[in-house]
Write a protein that binds this ligand. Structure first.
Ligand code: NAP
Length: 274
């Protein structure tokens, strides 16, 4: 390991998608906490060292690129204690108008991407006999949100994958944690994938729902709030399986979904977006 004066609690942390939003905040916050941090970005070439942390070039949809980035971090730091699967894409559009190629793009980034990363780091974590994998899901994983069906589906799939993996790797001293953020102020909305065309039949409902979504006040939350929660998870000897970092109606809706009859909850969701 190349760091000689690292504090004793310092961990080697690899964060996918460190160029903006939640990932960049995590890089900054965890580096400031004393961890040895490696963020990733698709435009980064090889290994770059910034003031407080490192950046590695990597695309989660490309297995060779994932394996090369993980190998580079292992070579530089000697170990990976924490993997944070943060890189992700949003998608919007009526389910009927999303073609399979577009759907595959979001699943490839949000589900198969973390899967590639976990496969790449697990051998090293198993050999160490320790490790923490934090998968950044979304509060949207709990509901089929109108006109964001594939986003909800991708995050729900990631949650189930995390749950299953956790049962498989606990015996190796590896902990898997799911984090479901509510809405934070990042680039995710502008970067959302969209269908080329929205059909006439779906346009009124879609446009209204997007207007409601765009006007959501929750987008003002500072990404550093989430980064602080991540720092606490890393410091915890026994982290929970799921953390919901949301407030107000978003958090309450998870409980309501458990309590209300299915159609009643569905009507509530529809009413919110109409
Ligand atoms: N913001 C929210 O309200 C919110 C709420 C719930 C969950 N989340 C989740 O939080 C995570 C971070 O989102 P964000 O809000 O911070 O969005 P963001 O600002 O758009 O950042 C997305 C990050 O993902 C990276 N990325 C995208 N596609 C990639 C790929 N194929 N390979 C490698 N990296 C890729 C981007 O890096 P490049 O520089 O390479 O493009 C960027 O660093 C996502 O998983 C998102 O679903 C966000």
């Amino acid at each position: 390991m190349t760091t000689t004066n690292a504090p004793s609690f310092s961990k080697v942390v690899l964060i996918t998608g460190g160029t903006s939003g939640l990932g960049r905040s995590m890089c900054e916050r965890l580096a400031a906490t004393g961890h040895r941090v490696y963020g990733t970005g698709r435009q980064v070439k090889g290994l770059e060292t910034l003031n407080a942390y490192h950046m590695v070039g990597m695309d989660v949809t490309d297995t060779a690129s994932v394996n090369a980035a993980v190998a580079l971090v292992l070579q530089d730091a000697g170990r990976i204690d924490v993997l944070i699967n943060n890189a992700g894409l949003g998608i919007q559009g009526p389910v009927e108008d999303i073609d399979p190629e577009l759907a595959h793009q979001v699943m490839n980034t949000n589900v198969y991407g973390p899967h590639r990363m976990m496969r790449a780091v697990l051998p090293a974590m198993r050999a160490q006999g320790s490790g923490v994998i934090i998968n950044i899901s979304s509060i949207a994983a709990n509901f089929g949100l109108p006109y964001r069906g594939f986003y909800s589906a991708s995050k729900a799939a990631l949650d189930r994958l995390s749950e299953a993996l956790s049962t498989e790797v606990a015996r190796f001293g590896i902990q898997v944690v799911t984090v479901q953020p509510g809405e934070f102020n990042t680039n995710i909305a502008t970067a959302r994938l969209r269908p080329k065309q929205v059909s006439e039949a779906h346009r009124p409902g879609y446009e209204k729902a997007m207007e409601v979504l765009g006007g959501s006040m929750h987008y003002s939350r500072d990404p550093d709030e989430l980064a602080r929660v991540i720092a606490r998870i890393i410091a915890s000897p026994r982290p929970r399986t799921v953390y919901r970092v949301a407030e107000g109606v978003q958090k309450m809706s998870v409980l309501l979904k458990k309590l209300l009859p299915g159609r009643m909850f569905e009507r509530m969701v529809r009413k919110h977006y109409e």
